[in-house]
Design a protein around this ligand. Structure first.
Ligand code: CIR
Length: 253
């Protein structure tokens, strides 16, 4: 169970955030509204949510998941792989220090976005992507092992981040899409497959037995419900325009 979440409000400069999607520019006011509904949803799942002020220096800073990994034992400040986002790491350390005694770091030449890290109990899967390199993953595994946690790597071919295509819903249930469906690393999970035309919904979010699901993906929603989860549907259209999903908007621990 999670107790806390940290989010960062979107800044007006988000309209210039990184993207590979061709869905147009985000509407900032709509994004603010969607963000506030996201925070309400986390609170309704029992989390204490710390809302950090918007940071205009970094257009993508609303995607706070990428700059840190929060484990039950320690927090790890990452070294984000995109140049325009790398400085976001400097703003999160002091926030984490108010929750954790141990705050570790990934250092160059290692790079790592925590959107590439999926926690499954005491084992963490780490995507090797355009943002996360093998040095970053090796450093993370070395840190995790000091705290009794294991890690393994999964090379990505198409996705931006590991969790763009995978979400662990606990109880061995794995929401899975695209290049990961037949990947041997995930063979032992009870898979909930996401159709190709609903691939964005592969980034759904388990929070204390409720699954937050993006709006507009009825087949995936039905499959998650059929598995027995309570669901909450959230419109995150403005963050999707920047390749961001539900998990990217918070740190949960
Ligand atoms: C980026 O390209 O870094 C942002 N526009 C989107 C980050 C999404 N974060 C995530 O998947 N964890």
């Amino acid at each position: 169970m999670f107790k806390n979440a940290i989010v960062r409000k979107p800044c007006p400069e988000m309209i210039d955030g990184l993207t590979s999607a061709s869905l147009g520019r985000p509407d900032f006011l709509k994004a603010l509204e969607q963000h506030s509904q996201y925070v309400d949803a986390l609170r309704s799942c029992g989390l204490e949510v710390e809302v950090l002020e918007a940071d205009s220096q970094f257009p993508d800073s609303v995607f706070v998941e990428d700059v840190a990994l929060c484990t039950p034992e320690c927090a790890i400040v990452t070294n984000p792989g995109a140049c325009s986002r790398n400085g976001e790491k400097l703003k999160i350390r002091s926030v984490l220090e108010s929750y954790y005694k141990q705050v570790e770091s990934i250092r160059a030449p290692g790079s790592l976005d925590a959107g590439d890290v999926m926690m499954v109990g005491q084992h963490y899967y780490i995507g090797i992507s355009q943002r996360t390199n093998t040095q970053g993953a090796d450093q993370l595994i070395e840190i995790l092992e000091r705290y009794g946690i294991t890690g393994s790597t999964v090379p990505l071919k198409e996705m931006l981040h590991l969790k763009s295509g995978l979400s662990y819903l606990e109880q061995n249930h794995l929401l899975i899409s695209g290049e990961f469906i037949n990947h041997p690393a995930f063979a032992e999970f009870q898979k909930i497959e996401v159709d190709a035309n609903e691939s964005y919904a592969a980034n759904s979010l388990w929070v204390n037995s409720t699954v937050l699901v993006p709006s507009g993906f009825p087949r995936t929603l039905a499959k998650i419900k059929k598995t027995g989860y309570r669901t909450l549907i959230l419109d995150v259209s403005e963050f999707r325009k920047l390749d961001g999903g539900l998990s990217c908007l918070s740190l949960r621990f």
